[in-house]
Structure formats: structure tokens, C-alpha cells
Design a protein around this ligand. Structure first.
Ligand code: HEM
Length: 412
């Protein structure tokens, strides 16, 4: 059944309260066909949790990432925007740097940044400010600089570039505007890559490997890309840039919004905040419930490589399929009482959310985002327990993302 309901992801209601809108669509029509409307192309919306997981995001010959994961095609066949065996091999370049011990080793750096942000908050006379500007935004941006190997002082550029790229990829940009911003970003990354190539040249190393990480080269993901091979060859410059862009765009606004949503939901009902302070063992539950209830990425797209049938409906080749993370996260067969935010939702249940995707393109940065959110809660409970919510800012402008531009908070 596909046409049973009207669904407009661009309506003011869906933009303002996606959980309710996407949840209602899932309940009424888990596979929905949305015809072209003059501005937006024809696409299908799948909200069926089990099917998204087992059919669309698992390794399969039909639903391709090669056309990008936005509504409009952007074919590049580079890096993460690939399918099958090549993609699996390419992922390894980053995945090898994000083993559990490697992620745990980020803890002191994250703690130091959070402490610095809280010091700034505590020094504000009157104890009031925007939680995004003060913490939710600088932490992920600084972490991306640190992980890629850029000076942390660049973090405001990283934030600006990521916002612009996000909007251009998932919004409705002017022709050529994507290329304009890349003209600013690519020279920045190219200079950092060239600096690492120069270090190798100075040391007379032609075939760099793992042993050179942290010795000849700084131990960061840009160096990691230089020492890595994929299918027996070195990565091209474009592939290294693709990794930089994936971190730049994938790791910032998403994590900012995770931290922002989390604090909004905890503070809007002060009993939740009190409960968490009394039972800090619930921190992981609260983080996962926030991801489920307020997914920073509402949905992504895949493109059909061949005709197929979904929920009994024939779907043509090159169909655009939107998998609704937000809708799937409200599935009552997986999450009882899905429209209630429960900080004590059992962890194994809450973790079934699809907010980091699933399957072959599952988010590589998920453990980093989770650790950042966890440390923010640990530190706020310890150092700013009197935090309270005064107001929520504007919605972010990219319709497929869910978050706000500010959170007005106060503390004693
Ligand atoms: C709360 C924070 C985050 C959310 C909600 C999030 C969400 C996602 C989602 C939904 C995908 C799957 C895309 C798809 O299948 O179309 C993804 C992939 C990815 N994410 Fe994240 N992400 C977050 C943080 C991060 C961080 C911190 C990093 C980097 C350290 C990162 C790097 C990546 C990369 C490289 C991929 C591509 C994986 C692949 O294609 O194989 N993400 N993310």
C-alpha cells in the first residue's frame, strides 16, 4: 500500500516535529510513494525498521550508494560513495584507526575540551548562555580537527564548511555553489596532505606503513590515509580528500545535534535531569534514547540498480528510496511506547535505533560520537548540576537533518 496517506517532509509540521510526522507515516504506510512535485523528484519512503535493516542497508545488489545518499544524484564512484567489495576495503582504512582501544584513547582529549568549555561557562557573569556556542558546537568541531590532524584553532572554519557542504548536498543549492566552497576546502586539506608527504620525503620513506604513524608522521587520520593501501595500491589524492570530507561533514553537525537534543530532552523535564544525576548509570541509556527519539539524520537515500518489488509494489530501476531513520525509530514492535522519551529504556532495546545507519555503511564515527555525548553528561553532572533550560533555537535549515541552532540555558 503506497498512496494511503499524504506525506510532505517539507511541510512546516514535519520540519518542526519530525518524530511525530515520520512516526505517523510509518504507522499509516510503511512504504510510501511520493510523486514528483515540480521541485522535488519522485521518490519512495520506507519506514519499516526490519526491512531497512535487512534489505536496504545490508550488503545487496539493488540499493546502491554510488549515486550518493541525498535525494539528488551525485555520481562520483570515489571513496565511501561506492558499493560492494571496494567499499568494504576502503572503509577499512578508517576503521583500523577506530578500534575500541583507539577510541578509548580519545577520552583524555575529549575531557580536556569539555572541561575548557565548562570553565568558560562558569566564568560568564549571571550564569546564562547558548549551550550550542559554548559546548555542543566546539566539541565535535575541535575533535574533527584533532582526528584529521588540522590545528584545533581551525575549528570555526570546519564548522562553517561543514554547514555549507551539508546544505549544498541535502538542500537546494544554486548551480556551481558546491564547487565554490570546495575551492576553499580542498587547498586546506591538500596543504596538510602535502606537509605529510614532505615529512616522508625528508625521512627518505617511499613506502610508508603503520610503523611510521606517530614516529615520522603525526598519528592522525590524514597520515593514516597516506600510509594505507586499498586493493593493493595507495589511495589517490581524491580518495584522501573524500575521507577528509566524510569526517568534516559526517562528524560535526550530527554530534552537535546529538549533544543538543540530549540536553534539551533532559532539561525540558527537570525530573529527567534529576533522575540522571541520581543514577548516572543511566548515562548510556539516555544517550541511546536521545539518538532514537531525536535522530540527527532523519533519513538518507539509496538508488535502485534494478527493478524490484517492495511491500508488493513494483519499483523501477533508478528509483530513489528514502529510508526513514526517524520513522523506523518509532516502530512500536521494536520500541514499546515509541513516542515517549524514556531515559531508562533498556539499553539493548534503545540501541536498536537506526540513527547511525546499519549494515555496510554503518557510521564509522558512532563510538566517537557516543563517547563525546557520554563525557559531556559526566562532566555536566559533576560541574554544572544546576543547569536549566530557558529556550530552544531555530531548526537547522537542512531538511534531512534534525537539530537546532541554539539552546538557551542557565546555571547557578
Ligand atoms: C551523532 C553523530 C553521528 C550520526 C547521527 C551519524 C550518522 C551517520 C549515518 C546515518 C551514516 C550512514 C550513512 C548512510 O548509510 O547513508 C553515517 C556514516 C558515516 N559516518 Fe557518521 N554519524 C555521526 C558521527 C560521526 C562521526 C563523529 C564521524 C567521524 C569520526 C562519522 C563518520 C562517518 C563516516 C566516515 C561514514 C561513512 C561510512 C560508510 O559509508 O561506510 N560519523 N553516519
Amino acid at each position: 500500500m503506497t498512496q494511503a496517506v499524504e506525506f510532505d517532509p517539507f511541510s512546516p509540521e514535519a520540519l518542526a516535529d519530525p518524530g511525530t510526522a515520520y512516526g505517523a507515516l510509518r504507522a499509516a504506510c510503511p512504504f510510501h510513494h511520493r510523486p514528483a512535485d515540480g521541485t522535488n523528484p519522485d521518490f519512495y519512503v520506507l519506514s519499516d525498521h526490519a526491512e531497512i535493516r535487512s534489505e536496504v542497508l545490508a550488503d545487496n545488489p539493488i540499493w546502491s550508494f554510488r549515486f550518493g545518499n541525498a535525494m539528488k544524484d551525485s555520481i562520483s564512484d570515489i571513496g565511501f560513495k561506492t558499493d560492494g567489495a571496494f567499499h568494504a576495503a576502503f572503509r577499512q582504512v578508517v576503521q583500523r584507526g577506530l578500534t575500541p582501544p583507539a577510541v578509548r584513547a580519545l577520552r583524555p582529549r575529549i575531557e580536556a575540551i569539555v572541561d575548557e568549555c565548562i570553565d568558560v561557562m562558569l566564568a560568564i557573569p549571571g550564569g546564562r548562555g547558548d549551550f550550542y556556542t559554548l559546548l555542543a558546537l566546539p566539541l565535535p568541531a575541535r575533535m574533527m580537527c584533532l582526528m584529521l590532524g588540522a590545528p584545533e584553532a581551525d575549528y570555526q572554519n570546519y564548522k562553517r564548511w561543514s554547514d555549507t557542504l551539508q546544505f549544498l548536498t541535502f538542500g537546494d543549492p544554486q548551480p556551481g555553489s558546491y564547487e565554490t566552497v570546495l575551492k576553499e576546502i580542498y587547498p586546506h586539506f591538500t596543504a596538510l596532505i602535502e606537509a605529510r608527504r614532505a615529512l616522508l620525503a625528508q625521512a627518505g620513506i617511499e613506502e610508508p606503513d603503520l610503523t611510521h604513524l606517530g614516529s615520522v608522521l603525526p598519528d592522525d587520520f590524514m597520515s593514516r590515509a597516506l600510509i594505507s593501501t586499498v586493493e593493493g595500491r595507495r589511495l589517490t589524492h581524491e580518495e584522501i580528500l573524500n575521507i577528509c570530507l566524510a569526517f568534516l561533514t559526517g562528524g560535526q553537525e550530527t554530534t552537535t545535534n546529538l549533544i543538543g537534543h540530549l540536553m534539551r530532552r533532559l532539561l525540558e523535564d527537570p525530573e529527567r535531569w534529576e533522575k540522571l544525576k541520581a543514577e548516572p548509570d543511566l548515562i548510556d541509556n539516555a544517550v541511546e534514547e536521545s539518538l532514537r527519539f531525536d535522530p540527527p539524520v532523519l533519513a538518507h537515500f539509496r538508488t535502485g540498480l534494478q527493478p524490484t518489488t517492495v511491500h508488493g509494489l513494483d519499483v523501477p530501476e533508478r528509483a530513489k528510496l528514502m529510508f526513514s531513520i526517524c520513522g523506523a525509530n518509532r516502530d512500536p514492535s521494536v520500541f514499546p511506547d515509541p513516542d515517549t522519551f524514556r531515559i531508562d529504556r533498556p539499553l539493548p532495546q534503545a540501541k536498536q535505533h537506526l540513527s547511525f545507519g546499519a549494515g555496510v555503511h554503518f557510521c564509522l564515527g558512532a563510538p566517537v560520537a557516543r563517547l563525546e555525548a557520554r563525557i559531556v553528561l559526566e562532566k555536566l553532572i559533576e560541574r554544572l548540576p544546576s543547569l536549566r533550560l530557558l529556550g530552544v533555537g531555530e531548526r537547522v535549515r537542512t531538511w534531512m537533518y534534525w537539530g537546532h541552532t541554539g539552546l538557551d540555558v542557565a546555571w547557578n
